[in-house]
Design a protein around this ligand. Structure first.
Ligand code: SF4
Length: 242
């Protein structure tokens, strides 16, 4: 692997589809996986990746608390493109223990509880989804939040021990939606009801006019704490990798 700083400089001039094609070629189609939450960005990447790779690996985490609209979007996407998402569920025993000890809606009580729930329902299944992979592809954009402002198109993911590819890193929200419309990409209908960013049902609300696009996620917390552990950027890794 070349120096990440140099690669990011080179990839900065590439389109998202070119970055995806480079990543699939570099890491190999069997060693790279797209993580999809069925949000607009991930749907754009799904459309692009299916045009580049015949049988790409695309997974989603079914946390057990997803809104119905996300499941509807999953079905519509599978029907349109003729493929199946790899679906990972949380460990049933870990969910039972957490709910028995802290209740089903523990996340509203403290950041610690919210992180525990995200760990059980997202982080642990993610580790299983990434096992054996060399890189994962994500729909992160710099403009989404303060926690994503310094991301590069390629990063070393210290927590999971593989590379993370962010092809849409420099795209605006408008570019995402222009692509969705131009290519008739299926999307989560909650986007039409004021949800720019969609996660689990109890932790996502519509945003009000003038609010940031991630304001509806864990709205009761401080903006600089709002990551679920999937995209946590270790400061040491950040210094080393970008
Ligand atoms: S987003 Fe909410 S419900 Fe979903 S895993 Fe995190 S804390 Fe739990």
């Amino acid at each position: 692997m070349k120096d990440i700083v140099e690669l990011n400089r080179k990839l900065k001039l590439q389109s998202p589809a070119e970055i995806l094609a480079w990543a699939v070629g570099y890491f190999g189609a069997r060693k790279i996986v797209l993580a999809s939450s069925l949000g607009a960005e991930d749907q754009v990447l799904t459309d692009m990746l299916l045009k580049i790779s015949r049988r790409p690996a695309i997974f989603t985490l079914d946390t057990g608390r997803l809104p119905e609209e996300t499941h509807d979007c999953m079905k519509t996407t599978e029907q349109k493109y003729g493929f199946k998402f790899r679906v990972y569920h949380p460990d049933a025993a870990a969910v039972e223990k957490m709910v028995a000890e802290k209740g089903p809606d523990l996340f509203y009580e403290s950041v610690e509880n919210r992180k525990l729930c995200c760990h059980v329902r997202k982080v642990e299944p993610l580790k299983r989804a990434l096992k054996g992979m060399k890189a994962w592809i994500c729909g992160l954009r710099r403009a989404q939040s303060v926690t994503r402002a310094d991301l590069g198109a390629i990063e070393w993911d210290e927590a999971n021990g593989l590379y993370k590819i962010n092809p849409l890193i420099h795209w605006t929200e408008k570019q995402v939606w222009d692509y969705v419309r131009a290519h008739q990409v299926p999307y989560n209908k909650l986007h039409d009801r004021g949800y720019p960013s969609i996660g689990c049902a109890p932790c996502t609300r519509a945003v009000k006019p003038g609010e940031g696009i991630r304001a509806g996620r864990w709205w009761w917390e401080n903006p600089d704490k709002k990551e679920c552990g999937l995209h946590f950027k270790d400061k040491k890794a950040a210094r080393k990798g970008s």
